[in-house]
Design a protein around this ligand. Structure first.
Ligand code: VG1
Ligand code: CO
Length: 542
């Protein structure tokens, strides 16, 4: 039943910020998915007889690759696989299943917020036994294996019925099809005050959750409507579709504009939220107020003690470097550690495992805690709800009070998508070359205090990760950060992150883009964004 199949390496299987992402037709090339899966196994040690979790976000090609992964896991000697029913497991739910059942690791099939469909994106990532994304050391080892692979192992088994919960045997391996929602819902129930949330909804609190036809639909339906009694209709677009209904499952102000418009409208519900393709991101919009993800991390951390799961306080906060400094002020006030990591959740794992951080967050709408080792969209939504219930205040009140206490970090990210790679690389190379000469000079009336290429020294394992984003730091604490995306699948995406701290309460209700206008202009002066990219405005502003 077990076969060794000769294959040839593909040169382009380098995992990015979060796994390997390519267009579906790339993944459909002969042995492309098999090569990558075998390379994952080849980079691991000691999994014989152990359990592997397999699931995905339900996008186009998910079911096919799940069958391949099962057949290959059996041939490679895993003792058991646990597969989400219908091939579904959100990223945080997969992380939880790995941890709860102490499995060896897991394979998650997702390209997250990228669009899905026959000509759109697909992805594969590996999570280790702690439930977190493979650290850089492992993704480097996987990449090395993909370049040298000459064969893979698979087994000739009939396709597994992944839609029926239960246990079967395949080529000597146990295949357990599990309910993807139950374990996760129980975990949420253990962290948050579900009684208080039930009361909140009973009192007439209105909420809108948009699952964007991605993986969180079944989770949100079960938790918000079934367990917490939110009215039917609270969850929208809750049926996972292979093409996400033709939209980008990216919960930002462009792709979830309908939600934003509703929340700013005259009959807005009290609270609005959305999640992304694989359920690890969150968009939070209160009635009449959008909560910038960087602010959300800070506000959740500042109020976390109000939820039962965090009643003893936090050990520390970690944020990715481009994320605003709002969380730093909270950590300072709480007297706990603050850690600044490169972009991507894989860098938080060590801090969480070592008990140095409890809450982590990224400006890209990712927030999470030590309950799993991934960012977690619904977790953030439930923590927000728990805080609102405990404080008896609106989202807008919580936000404005936070600013009054800590000051406001005006923050925006400008993305230039699908720029020709050579042009984007030229911009970065030029910028890097002049970093040393920038400090002390002024641009657009702003004096540059420092400029560097961010390097991270992991305090737990001592590893170093270089070239993680170019920072231009101005006198007074404002800054602009430039980096290229590691999740795109065509051309290059330039991300420009802009931040200004405003302590003055009288200046907390400015329009964000207006409050950052001089920094935005300075960013263009310094990096030549318009001339390099040939664009006169960003594709997405968040
Ligand atoms: C983006 C975000 C980053 C996030 C990553 C994965 O990466 O900026 O913060 O961790 O996506 O998120 P990049 O390299 O494109 O900037 V998910 O929800 O797409 O897995
Ligand atoms: Co995601």
């Amino acid at each position: 039943m077990i076969r060794t199949v000769p294959t040839k390496p593909y040169a382009d299987q380098k995992p990015g910020t979060s796994g390997l992402r390519k267009k579906v037709p790339v993944f459909q090339q002969e042995h492309y998915a098999e090569n990558f899966i075998q390379s994952i196994f080849d980079a691991l040690d000691g999994y014989k007889g152990k359990t592997l979790v397999i699931g995905g976000d339900g996008r186009f090609y998910n079911r096919e690759v799940i069958q391949k992964a099962i057949a290959m896991a059996a041939a490679n000697g895993f003792g058991k696989v646990m597969v989400g029913q219908g091939g579904i497991l959100s990223t945080p739910a997969a992380s939880h299943v790995i941890r709860k059942y102490k499995t060896f690791g897991g394979i998650i099939l997702s390209a997250s917020h990228n669009p899905g469909g026959p000509h759109e994106d697909f992805g594969i990532k590996y999570n280790a036994g702690n439930g977190g994304p493979a650290p850089e050391k492992l993704t480097d080892a996987i990449f090395a294996k993909t370049k040298a692979i000459s064969s893979f192992k698979t087994s000739d088994i009939d396709p597994i019925d992944i839609d029926t919960i239960g246990t079967v045997k395949a080529a000597g391996m146990t295949v357990e099809i599990i309910d993807p929602v139950t374990d996760y819902a129980e975990l949420m129930e253990s962290l948050f005050d579900f009684d208080a949330l039930r009361k909140l909804f009973k009192s007439g609190f209105r909420m809108r959750f948009d699952a964007m036809h991605a993986v969180t639909g079944p989770y949100a339906k079960e938790i918000l409507e079934n367990r917490l009694g939110a009215p039917n209709g609270t969850c929208r677009n809750f049926k996972p579709l292979p093409d996400f209904g033709g939209h980008h499952p990216d919960p930002n102000l462009v792709h979830a504009k309908h939600l934003y418009d509703e929340m700013m409208g005259p009959d807005a519900p009290d609270f609005g939220a959305a999640s992304d393709g694989d359920g690890d991101r969150n968009l939070i919009i209160g009635k009449g107020i959008f909560v910038t993800p960087s602010d959300s991390v800070a506000m959740l951390a500042a109020n976390a003690r109000l939820a039962p799961g965090y009643k003893d306080g936090l050990k520390g906060i970690a944020r990715s470097m481009p994320t605003s400094g709002a969380a730093d002020r909270v950590a300072e006030k709480l007297g706990i550690g603050i850690y600044e990591t490169p972009t991507g959740w894989k860098f938080f794992g060590n801090l969480l495992d070592a008990g140095m951080a409890t809450i982590c967050g990224e400006e890209s709408a990712g927030t999470g805690s030590n309950h799993v080792r991934e960012k977690d969209g619904l977790w953030a939504v439930l923590l927000w709800l728990n805080i609102l219930a405990a404080r008896g205040e609106s989202c807008k009140q919580v936000v404005t009070e936070h600013w009054a206490t800590y000051g406001r970090n005006y923050y925006s990210r400008h993305d230039y998508e699908e720029v020709e790679s050579e042009r984007a690389n030229a911009l970065v190379d030029e910028l890097r070359a002049k970093l040393g000469s920038l400090p002390g000079t002024s641009v657009n009336g702003l004096k540059i205090a420092n400029a560097d290429d961010f390097a991270y020294h992991d305090p737990v394992d001592g590893s170093t990760s270089e070239h993680q984003g170019i920072r231009i730091l101005f006198e007074g604490g404002s800054r602009v950060v430039f980096r290229l995306s590691g999740t795109g699948t065509s051309g290059a995406t330039l991300r420009v992150y802009i931040e200004r701290y405003e302590p003055d309460k009288a200046r907390h209700d400015l329009d964000t883009q207006a409050a950052l206008a001089d920094l935005i202009a300075a960013a263009d002066d310094i990096a030549g964004i318009k001339s390099h990219t040939g664009r006169n405005k960003p594709s997405v502003i968040t």
